[in-house]
Ligand binder design. Structure first.
Ligand code: DOR
Ligand code: ZN
Ligand code: ZN
Length: 443
């Protein structure tokens, strides 16, 4: 009976249906579903009448920072924000200080993170050379390239990208792209940087720069087995190109962020510097199409692109000096559950986009509540309405372009491998409760 919990009377999301049931957890896994009378005895009992039980969410695009950037976020604050937002598995991005570009750098991160994390975390890597791919294949979840800002010494010309995709594919790995064509953005920036209007920042990052980059990446390979994932898609042109590649039977996937589907450039003058992110918010006409694409699965998943910065950095007087990025871990689920409550997207599609599909795309072996599955579970109260208030975030980044929004659907409890880590607004788990996720890990 050690390390066992029964969660009673939940409405459990199970293969598209809501079941009134209980969940029995032992040694970190779901061992039985059913009424209280049929569940085995357990050391802990959680009464959860009226709460919705969802699979712990998976966010494949998170900048947890730490190391030299721990003033922006560290593994404990970032994974606390994740637990508060219902996320139990994250994939971290390599643009840290130092950059995660080699096996040693990756090991350093893992050694530090394993003592601090509250939820499960895997790490992406930006290779310093093509040989790094084979060297890091047992630890890196995927290989991430930013085409607008080079993060490592690896060049981003066509020949290198082709070789990168080939090498990653040969070791069964996914390549992940921030697709905005750097040369196009650089040229526009140098022309527009004299201007102090926020509009100029937007003009320097046009949707066409994204289309161009997506087309270039897709043109680099015709190998069907190559798994290619595009981050934060924010243009209709790139959606079209991705759809075409999918129709050709290629393993191409993409994510949209909550901010790109729910906010638009039109609101940026009101929001100012805190709404600067890269790619930037798009015009309403586009954002509506991105949301529609999510609904019909043309955009596969939602990722937060949690990219925390300090408030001092986000309130610098010149737009050009503001680092792009916003925190997203604590707003993503309530924002999208509010859309479910409004009827603009189904709960089924939400669970698919925030748990099932990201788990499949990144081979994570989680994202479903069923017997035998890892007990990563979030309990949500759909009746609770509240206002987004960034001053209460557990992330160090206490700002949000969504501040003041009325939302519905509050995370009440988050379990990671059967352990309660977040309970009614408080972190109750010990740092180190989360596991390091590696591609080799059998789960
Ligand atoms: O908005 C962004 N923030 N876009 C990026 O490409 C980087 C990220 C960050 O690390 O802050
Ligand atoms: Zn990016
Ligand atoms: Zn990012």
């Amino acid at each position: 009976m050690s390390d066992s919990t029964n969660i009673l009377d939940v409405r459990l999301y199970h293969k598209g249906e809501l079941l009134e049931t209980g969940i029995s957890i032992a040694n970190g896994r779901i061992v039985k579903l059913g009424r209280e009378s049929v569940l085995p005895a357990a050391s802990e009992t959680v009464r959860a009448r009226g709460l919705l039980a969802l699979p712990g969410l998976v966010d494949v695009h998170v900048h947890l920072r730490d190391l030299g950037l721990s003033y922006k976020e560290d593994y404990l604050s970032g994974t606390s924000a994740a637990a508060a937002g219902g996320f139990t598995t994250l994939i971290d991005m390599p643009n840290t200080n130092p950059v995660t570009d080699s096996l040693d750098r990756l090991r350093e991160k893992i050694d530090l993170a394993k003592r601090k994390i509250l939820v499960n975390v895997g790490f992406n890597l930006v290779p310093e050379s093509l040989d790094t791919i084979a060297e890091t294949k047992d630890l890196a979840m995927g290989y991430k390239i930013n085409l607008v800002k080079q993060w490592s010494d690896l060049p981003t010309d066509d020949a290198t990208l082709r070789a990168l995709i080939e090498r990653a594919t040969s070791v069964g790995k996914i390549t992940i792209f921030h697709a905005e064509e750097g040369s196009t953005v650089d040229e526009l920036e140098s022309r527009l940087k004299g201007s102090s209007s926020l509009k100029s920042y937007y003009k320097a990052h046009p949707p066409e720069a994204e289309d161009e980059a997506v087309a270039r990446v897709l043109g680099c390979t015709h190998e069907r087995r190559a798994r290619i994932h595009f981050c934060h898609v924010s243009s209709t042109g790139s959606l079209r190109l991705i759809r075409k590649a999918k129709r050709q039977g290629r393993h191409v996937t993409c994510e949209v962020t909550p901010h790109h589907i729910l906010l638009s450039e039109e609101s940026s003058s009101r929001l100012g510097g805190i709404s600067i992110m890269d790619p930037p918010l798009r015009r309403r006409q586009i954002t509506e199409k991105l949301f529609a694409a999510l609904k019909r699965r043309a955009a596969d998943i939602v990722a937060s692109d949690h990219a925390p910065h300090s408030l001092d950095e986000k309130t610098r007087p010149s737009w050009w000096n503001i680092p792009p990025g916003i925190p997203g871990l604590e707003t993503t689920l309530p924002l999208l559950l509010t859309e479910v409550a409004k009827g603009t997207i189904s709960l089924r599609r939400l669970v698919e986009a925030l748990a099932e599909r990201p788990s499949m795309i990144f081979n994570l072996n989680c994202g479903a509540l069923e017997v035998g599955a890892v007990a990563d579970i979030v309990l949500v109260d759909m009746k609770r309405r509240f206002k987004i208030d960034s001053s209460k975030f557990l992330s160090k980044a206490k700002y949000s372009p969504f501040d003041g929004r009325n939302v519905r659907g509050k995370v009440v409890k988050t379990f990671v491998r059967g352990r309660l880590v977040y309970d009614e607004g408080r972190i109750v788990g010990e740092p180190g409760t989360g596991s390091i996720v590696t591609p080799a890990m059998e789960d």
